[in-house]
Ligand binder design. Structure first.
Ligand code: PEP
Length: 251
């Protein structure tokens, strides 16, 4: 399975700095990406400049969020069709900051996943437990609830368009990283669940790890059999670090 290295820029960069960052990432990577997929998720205003900067390259561009409607009275929101117009062809769904800071529910996340796939977007569904949930021994219960809720409403024919990202909330932006053993246990659990839900198609879904991935820990994490790439926040804002992580995946 080709690993995917994805950069989530969160609420950072301006149009000019985003373009510079995308250009620096392009310069830091081989012109043909062989054996690794790369995707960037800039904030909305920066999608068009980034898509323009990487056009003609193998780098994919996506959005961090969207609203699951085609248009209408949804003040402040953005539709997949608008994102496509900016140059984005994939989306993150259920990122922990949207679940926990912006209070998105499992039901809303299912609605978003259904809408994104119906609009022919690739979708990366993020799941993961908080520190309290891990300490209470609820890690598998939480992952299972989040995954079952989102995927049970989706036909397995969409499997090729879905990526799952395991992102333990306690490891996101904290400098704490799951050990390869902790990540491996969670990824094995997710794989078993994907196969239970989607049968044979569940075997081919990429499962990313996310949570303080850096050039220093990327290789050992990606050596774990069920880790099919990484979703990178902080380190994706530095072109040298992001490119080093892509190289750790074998580019
Ligand atoms: C993320 O935003 O998905 C993430 C994993 O962030 P960080 O790498 O900064 O922990």
């Amino acid at each position: 399975m080709t690993p995917l290295i994805a950069g989530n820029w969160k609420m950072n960069t301006t149009r000019a700095s985003a373009k510079e960052l995308a250009q620096a990432i392009l310069r830091g990577l081989p012109s043909t990406l062989d054996g690794v997929d790369v995707a960037l998720y800039p904030p909305y205003p920066c999608i068009a400049p980034v898509a323009e900067a990487v056009s003609g390259s193998d780098i994919r561009v996506g959005a961090q969020n969207f609203y699951p409607e085609s248009g209408g009275a949804f003040t402040g929101e953005i539709s997949p069709a608008m994102l496509l117009d900016l140059g984005a062809t994939e989306v993150l769904i259920g990122h922990s900051e949207r679940r926990h800071v912006l209070h998105e529910s499992d039901e809303f996340i299912l609605q978003k996943l259904q809408f994104a796939l119906a609009e022919d977007f690739l979708a990366t569904l993020c799941v993961g437990e908080t520190l309290e949930e891990r300490e209470a021994g609820q890690t598998e219960e939480v992952i299972s609830r989040q995954l079952r809720s989102a995927l049970s409403g989706i036909d397995s024919k969409h499997a090729a368009d879905v990526t799952v990202a395991y992102e333990p909330v306690w490891a996101i932006g904290t400098g704490l990283t799951a050990t390869p053993e902790q990540a491996g246990t969670a990824h094995d659990f997710i794989r078993a669940l994907l196969v239970e839900l989607w049968g044979e198609s569940g075997k081919s879904i990429r499962i990313l790890y996310g949570g303080s991935v850096k050039p220093q820990n990327a290789a050992e994490l990606m050596a774990v059999p069920e880790i099919g790439g990484v979703l990178v926040g902080g380190a994706s804002l530095d072109s040298a670090s992001f490119c080093a992580i892509v190289r750790a995946a074998g580019a």
